[in-house]
Design a protein around this ligand. Structure first.
Ligand code: GLU
Length: 424
């Protein structure tokens, strides 16, 4: 187990340290052998590529990109592509690791993968982004494919990125290959409901958690850190259930209004101005301050490590639903266990995205498309069942929800690994 005696709030704590510490807690609960731990912790395959890209001014920038396939015991690798200046190989390996357990928690037939390019998409033109994405797809082509590894959107990538990616791969193959990525636009092989799926799945888990905690969503207050795809759509969906969103933030800052924030008006404001900051009749605060405002439910929907030992003791929510991957450090987790705050872990709370990615891939392979109700009903069934399985596991072993989610997931991956056996 990693040593956190020096504290976990600093920059030295790497995402993979957090991921492995979470895994080890669950491995201890089920008495997993050292051999199996070693097999399951290491990424199976890591590809590092250079992505030379012609910029609009005629110069060339060589970006660094990665794709990691963590575990393929239960099926092809699955997981998003992140374009962000803070991407590191360690981070991508942790994100791929989390995808393995996420897919196993909701019992969809994939292993875990993740990719990233170190870049700042906010300072790049559409043309630059397109050329970088197409070159990145070309560099990854040898290891991806509908039965090998299926990327999807993640932080600062979207359906347009996936359309370019699919088109590039199809061009290289000489055959339309819709199933190589998910999260595509509807008119380029996407699934209805995929864009909202991460948030919708997250809100289903909140609904189940609220029943257990005796919180009435009609009178509940919510704070959301991060206002991208997951955070902004979670705002709309949780407000539809009657809850009041009192604080939100994005990378530029936070806003607070005890009377509640109107989802559509705020989304229009962000579209026009580029940020939630400055939304009328709100109090301005720092991005991280929204984590500690008075509320019943907290949704971290930004990046890793936003909740650590420094701010965890000030969190006032009774339920934390991790729409982001890896937002809570192990010491923050320990604080929430002590205070009996229910953390719905990332590998469960945000699994709606990859679940509908699975539906998209199934539709692509069959060239037979579902209506949105079918997508949403199947998503609801999977999220509700998975939540309740994890909750029952947490009760049975008297462990927190994160450890219980890992226990469920590890049991499934171990079973596949043992049945397949080791080659040679
Ligand atoms: N990037 C998302 C995640 O972290 C979605 C992955 C996918 O759909 O493959 O779960």
């Amino acid at each position: 187990m990693s040593d956190f005696s020096a504290g976990d709030a600093g920059a030295s704590l790497q995402p993979l340290d957090i991921a492995w510490a979470q895994f080890d807690r669950a491995a201890d609960v089920i008495g997993l052998s050292d051999d199996m731990r070693a097999v399951l912790k290491k990424p199976k395959r890591t590809l590092a590529v250079s992505v030379p890209t012609r910029m609009d001014d005629g110069s060339i920038t060589v970006f660094d990109g990665f794709r990691v396939q963590h575990n393929l015991a239960r099926g092809p690798a699955k997981g998003g592509l992140r374009f962000h200046p803070g991407v590191t190989l360690n981070e991508v390996q942790a994100l791929a690791f989390w995808m393995t357990w996420k897919c196993a928690v909701v019992n969809i037939p994939y292993g875990g993968g993740k990719g990233g390019v170190i870049c700042n998409p906010k300072s790049m033109s559409q043309g630059e982004l397109e050329r970088m994405t197409r070159r990145f797809a070309t560099e990854l082509a040898p290891i991806i494919g509908p039965d090998k590894d299926i990327p999807a959107p993640d932080v600062y990538t979207n359906s347009q990125t996936m359309a370019w990616f699919m088109d590039t791969y199809s061009t290289l193959q000489g055959a339309t290959t819709m199933g190589v990525v998910t999260g595509k636009p509807i008119s380029a092989g996407g699934s209805l409901g995929r864009n909202e799926a991460t948030a919708r799945g997250c809100v289903f888990t909140i609904r189940e958690a609220a029943k257990i905690k005796g919180i009435d969503l009609n009178t509940a207050t919510v704070s959301i850190q991060g206002y991208g795809n997951a955070g902004s759509i979670a705002h709309t969906l949780i407000a539809e259930m009657g809850a009041k969103v009192v604080a939100v933030s994005d990378s530029r800052g936070g806003i607070y209004s005890p009377d509640g924030l109107h989802a559509e008006a705020l989304q229009n404001f962000k579209r026009e101005t580029g940020s939630v900051v400055g939304f009328p009749n709100t109090e301005a605060m720092g991005s991280a301050d929204v984590l500690t405002v008075p509320c019943d439910i907290l949704i971290p929907a930004a990046l890793e490590k936003s909740i650590d030992e420094r701010n965890a003791p000030n969190v006032q929510a009774r339920i934390i639903a991790e729409a982001a991957n890896g937002p809570t450090t192990p010491r923050a987790d320990a604080n929430f266990r002590e205070r009996n705050i229910m953390v719905i872990p990332d590998i469960l709370a945000n699994a709606g995205g990859v679940t509908v990615s699975y539906f998209e891939w199934v539709q692509n392979l069959q060239s037979f498309y579902w209506d949105e109700d079918t997508v949403n009903q199947n998503l609801e069934r999977i999220m509700t069942t998975s939540f309740n399985e994890v909750y029952e596991t947490s009760q049975r072993y008297e462990i927190d929800m994160r450890t219980a989610a890992y226990v469920r997931a590890i049991e499934r991956v171990v079973e596949s690994t043992e049945l397949r056996g080791m080659f040679p």
